[in-house]
Design a binder for this molecule. Structure first.
Ligand code: SAM
Ligand code: SF4
Length: 463
């Protein structure tokens, strides 16, 4: 059983009063960066006291640094299609949103969008699509992935697309997709049923088993998450951790990423506010607990969140963030008039409204100023550090050195090829400081050699 609802409810009902001494013990255990039991994760999720919360945040920041170093990975989402046969109550792409301007990018438009992102300096993109087998089925997705690799310098493509059968997953994996991502939205069955009234998505179990199918088809890296705000966050956060533990028990690898999408207003959605609002304080607690419970997972924070909050969460366990995101197909290059070739009632093509509008350069500057290391690395998926190997290497403390070194190399490329507005100087300083911090003299020598190669014109250099 992937999610034992009774067990999760039982754990939650027994952890309302957690003693401070127990929290001390749990944080000491979490410091080893080997993860936490569901009981201990639930105990941390129950903490409300500000001083105790600060200690959880601090520990999560330390564990993040222990497993991945100071690096924060950057990527951009690219929306391929907002046509959708489902009717998820919270989403602007839902079928019954008659006001939405519908658009599925053509192959030429995909290339144009990706070239725009590439021109900003992105090396990693996440393709996103609504669910409509007639226009954005697996043939279309495979073609999209192929043309991006063939026509642009994007190094890795991840995909957030509807659940599918093993055969289709095989084709997608063969096309070169890195991480396959899909969110359960809520693990709470009754709420799931209300939120997903029709279409394939109404089948809770089909969606719950999607990662098992993806992994069986050869996807070693998968990304999970709950849409925060649909149901009690304690239940959904704990179930998300349980989902990752299930994957570890069955396949030897935890979820490669855990995303924390928090419900945002969406035009044309009948839900005007979250049924179970998650405050900023709770949001931070969820991020920190994911980091402590599943230390090897990338915790991904999108531009659904404000710039101030995103600057904060990189201190408490988040390890990957998007930048400059548009949540509509064609958002980077097409204007609304071009998109609305058959329908233009209002302005709406977005899935939901974003909250942090900083572009890649500004994000890189902000991460650097906050004392972290922006990274455009896409190496692991390309050199086979995936699945169980990635989980083992990360849990045994052997990933940090690769992450740190590759962050420096990709930052060097960015500084030479794209940086302006003071980010060039800031990046150069950061690289010098980062090299100084490498304790292993052999590795330091290798990094210096590779940095020199990049300055001489070589590109795509990595460990
Ligand atoms: N259509 C596919 C699906 O539903 O799995 C994949 C793409 S969907 C566009 C990506 C994710 O956006 C959904 O899984 C959901 O978690 C999130 N989402 C939808 N509506 C949202 C909203 N109003 N606010 C925040 N996130 C939302
Ligand atoms: Fe369609 Fe996905 Fe939006 Fe649901 S969340 S309406 S499946 S795009």
């Amino acid at each position: 059983m992937i999610i034992d609802a009774e067990k999760i409810e039982n754990i939650l009902s027994h952890t309302t009063q957690t003693a401070v001494s127990l929290i001390d013990d749990i944080l000491a255990e979490a410091g080893a960066a080997h993860g936490l039991s569901l009981e201990h994760a639930a105990a941390l999720l129950s903490v409300e006291e500000p001083a105790l919360l600060q200690r959880i945040f601090k520990k999560a920041g330390e564990v993040k640094e222990k497993v991945f170093g100071k690096r924060i990975v950057l990527f951009a989402p690219l929306y391929l299609s907002n046509e959708c046969v489902n009717n998820c109550l919270y989403c602007g792409f839902r079928k019954d949103n008659r006001d939405a301007v519908r658009k599925t990018l053509t192959i030429d438009e995909i290339i144009k969008e990706v070239k725009t992102l590439e021109g900003m300096g992105f090396k990693r993109i996440l393709l996103v699509s609504g669910e409509d087998p007639k226009v954005s089925g697996v043939d279309y997705l495979v073609d999209a992935v192929k043309v991006v690799y063939e026509n642009t310098g994007i190094r890795i493509i991840h995909l957030n697309a509807p659940p599918m059968e093993i055969e289709d997953f095989r084709r997608l994996k063969d096309s070169g997709v890195g991480v396959y991502q899909a969110f359960q939205e809520t693990y709470h069955r009754p709420t799931y049923k209300t939120m997903h009234p029709s279409g394939q998505k109404k089948d809770y179990d089909y969606r719950l088993h999607v990662m098992d199918r993806a992994i069986e088809a050869g996807f070693e890296d998968v990304g999970i998450g709950a849409l925060l705000g649909l149901y009690d966050y304690r239940y959904d956060a704990l179930a998300t951790i349980a989902h990752s533990q299930h994957l570890y028990e069955k396949f030897g690898s935890h979820a490669h990423t855990i995303s924390v999408p928090r419900l945002r207003p969406a035009d044309g959605s009948p839900i005007s506010h979250a049924p179970f609002p998650v405050s900023d304080r709770e949001f931070k607690k969820i991020i920190a607990v994911y980091r402590l419970a599943v230390p090897c997972a990338g915790v991904v924070v999108s531009t659904r969140e404000s710039s101030a909050l995103r600057d904060e969460v990189i201190r408490i366990g988040a390890s990957q963030i998007s930048a400059g995101s548009k949540t509509e197909p064609g958002g980077y290059t097409l204007n609304k008039f071009q998109i609305s070739n058959f329908k233009f009632q209002n302005d709406s093509t977005e899935q939901f409204s974003t909250n942090d509008h900083r572009g890649l350069e500004e994000m890189i500057g902000a991460i650097a100023k906050n004392g972290f290391l922006p990274s455009l690395c896409a190496t692991c998926y390309r050199v086979g550090r995936v699945g169980a190997d990635f989980t083992d290497m990360t849990l045994s403390g052997n990933m940090e050195k690769f992450c740190q070194a590759n962050a420096l190399l990709t930052l060097q490329e960015y500084v030479l090829d794209y940086a302006k507005n003071g980010v060039r100087e800031l990046g150069t300083e950061l690289i010098a400081k980062g090299v100084e911090e490498i304790k292993n003299t052999g590795l330091k020598k290798e990094v210096l050699k590779k940095l020199h190669e990049i300055r001489q014109g070589k590109r795509d250099v990595f460990f």
